[in-house]
Design a protein around this ligand. Structure first.
Ligand code: NDP
Length: 599
């Protein structure tokens, strides 16, 4: 008899009925054009509204020890960790006008990080800083990014408002030639690429959108000149405006309470509702901050990762929020000692039951908060919890109780159907507005290297993308054979998790250690052997079929390539095991695989 037999009655819901409902909702949402429904942002949508427009400087033709491409937290962490191991000249090259990456571009009203600040903001102990809030506002995060830049002396050599346009390995000089859109031809012994996670806005290809005569902008280029106010809200210029917001993802959840409060009228165009869990933000308790002992942040980060990324069972939950509660729900239903002895099928059944429970609670919360039953019904999400990015708010659902706020469901029409000179059209209804705000997301995880926007030529002039014709070829996601002294950060052929800055920090620590050892052991360069790369690529893919199957049943979104999931060869045992593997590799002769001609 199956382990889950008899469980449905005890739980008080019918799993088969829920499965059927999820399938129905998914099929209702699927679009044949998949990712092709979006357009890349160009022109005004991609411009930098925050930097000096007429900034100019002389092209650089100098040599540095390391060029780091990208000044978000990935690049900052790489640069900081390289500095800690004694690398002298580090040049961060960044498209924006300052450090911050995602947090530089996104300044929309209500912006906060939905991961706890004490584990999300990196290098807190190094900087002697404790964030002011449990969930930090964007401005504090941006300030912290700049503080990291100052603390590690990264402003001295940084190049802002500069995009790298090419990387070419110079065999004779044993360094990289780095060219940019400002005419630079700089040289660097090492290059670290960390760009492209959430920096390129995505625009919906809605017919007629270019003909809209009112105001139109994307949330990541918020036009405060038009709306008034700032990241804290108070959008006073919207008092006489009818506003349409397209999208209901993690960004919209934070923006809607402000638009609802300040606009004369707000129409929220929803295609798929998000899961909206409890937020419970609060100020940092000064007594707690004063009680922290050295090593506190690393302990907390590890504890959070253990809980949300399936590390060893831990009894203590230091973060204790909705992220960890969801992860615990699974463990409560399936204690680790029981789980280990289950077949994969029984494990999946139990995971599914825990998921149904979680989603039932999420749906019950909507019904409790939203007064109009029809609006509440439309706001209920019908898919498995991790099909889409979970969100958290104590104000979003409440906003739909305001008389000036209308939810427009577009699910049966594949989204907003059409835009005219002054309106949005869905079905047989027209919504006349003064302004459209696109909360339609980003080209997630498409780094410039992967898209070919940043061409890379390695040994013998071989193009990286040609070398990767059959898919990426790396050791641990960092480096490729034929491309010496080049490191990439991000989520290719490694393991990720929701606290992405933790993942990036482990990557930065690893890169810095490899570079430090290369210096100490007099290596001519750093490059994985072809056999080491082959072995890593062959070892990947565990769980990828299970993930593929899970995602194929999910409602569409960027997590599953808009309903067209791809088999992804990542490291299947999760982030905790991946970090342990890297440490073990470093301590047990792994470096011999990458340090060429070392002593
Ligand atoms: P998302 O990609 O998550 O959401 C885009 C939204 O636009 C979806 O609701 C989508 O609907 C909707 N949409 C797209 N096209 C149309 C259309 N034609 N008609 C109607 N609706 C449409 O973008 P976000 O900016 O919200 O979030 C991106 C990511 O940024 C998050 O997933 C998260 O990783 C990160 N983020 C993190 C935060 C944090 O605090 N750490 C805060 C904010 C964002 P559908 O779902 O049906 O496709």
């Amino acid at each position: 008899m199956s382990i889950t037999a008899g469980v449905p009655n005890e739980l008080g819901f019918d799993p088969e009925a829920l499965r059927a409902k999820y399938r129905h909702e998914r099929d209702r949402r699927i679009r044949p054009d998949g990712p092709g429904q979006y357009q890349p942002a160009e022109g005004a949508f991609a411009e930098d509204p925050y930097a000096e427009g007429d900034f100019e400087r002389e092209p650089l033709q100098d040599t540095v020890d390391a060029v780091v491409i990208g000044g978000g937290f990935g690049g900052l962490l790489a640069a900081a960790r390289l500095r800690q191991v004694g690398v002298e000249r580090i040049r961060v090259v960044e498209k924006g006008g300052d450090f911050g990456g995602t947090w530089y571009w996104n300044r929309y009203p209500g912006i906060h990080c939905d991961i706890e600040s004490y584990v999300y903001l990196p290098l807190l102990e190094e900087l002697g800083y404790v964030p002011e809030w449990k969930y930090a506002p964007g401005e504090e995060i941006r300030r912290h990014a700049r503080a990291i830049g100052r603390h590690f002396g990264l402003y001295r050599d940084a190049c802002f408002q500069t995009a790298v346009t090419g990387l070419a390995w110079d065999e004779e000089a044993v360094d990289w030639l780095v060219t940019t859109d400002r005419g630079d031809r700089m040289r660097a012994r090492y290059v670290v690429v960390s760009n492209g996670t959430l920096d390129r806005p995505k625009l919906p290809g809605i017919p007629g959108i270019e003909s809209f005569g009112g105001h139109l902008f994307h949330t990541s280029r918020w036009d405060f000149g038009y709306t008034g106010g700032d990241a804290d809200g108070r959008l006073h210029k919207l008092a006489d405006k009818r506003v349409a917001l397209i999208g209901t993802g993690a960004t919209a959840i934070q923006v809607v309470p402000h638009l609802g409060r300040d606009a004369q009228q707000l129409f929220v165009f929803q295609r798929t509702p998000s899961t909206v869990d409890v937020r419970d933000n609060r100020r940092t308790d000064p007594e707690w901050a004063a009680s922290l002992t050295p090593g506190w942040q690393r302990r907390r980060m590890n504890n959070f990762l253990d809980i949300v990324a399936g590390g060893p069972a831990v009894t203590e939950d230091l973060v204790a929020d909705a992220w960890t509660a969801s992860a615990h729900l699974l463990h409560n239903l399936t204690p680790v000692e029981v789980r280990d002895g289950l077949t994969p099928e029984d494990r999946e059944r139990l995971d599914e039951l825990a998921d149904f429970r979680k989603m039932n609670a999420i749906r019950a919360r909507v019904a409790e908060i939203v007064q109009d039953p029809e609006t509440a019904r439309l706001l209920e999400p019908w898919y498995r919890y991790t099909c889409k990015r979970p969100t958290f708010s104590d104000e979003y659902l409440q906003t739909f109780n305001r008389p000036n706020v209308t939810l427009v469901d577009t699910a049966d029409h594949g989204g907003v159907e059409r835009v005219t000179g002054d309106s949005l059209v869905v079905g047989d209804r027209k919504y006349e507005v003064d302004c459209i705000i696109l909360a339609t997301g980003f080209q997630v995880g498409r780094s410039d290297v992967l898209t070919g926007r940043l061409p890379v030529y390695g040994r013998g002039g071989t193009a990286l993308l040609a070398h990767w014709k059959q898919g990426p070829r790396t050791l641990h996601g960092f480096y490729s054979d034929g491309f010496p002294n080049l490191f990439t950060m991000g989520s290719v052929q490694n393991a990720a998790s929701v606290n992405f800055t933790h993942i990036l920090d482990q990557q930065a620590i690893h890169i810095a250690e490899v570079v430090a050892q290369a210096g100490k052991r007099g290596a001519r360069w750093v490059e994985p052997s072809t056999s080491a790369v082959d072995a890593w690529v062959a070892s990947l893919g565990e769980n990828s079929e299970a993930l593929y199957k899970f995602q194929a049943e999910c409602t569409p979104g960027y997590y599953n390539n808009e309903g067209k999931p791809r088999l992804r060869a990542g490291y299947g045992k999760g982030a905790v095991a991946f970090h342990a593997l890297l440490e073990h590799w470093r301590d047990n002769g792994g470096l011999d695989d990458v340090l060429v001609d070392a002593e």
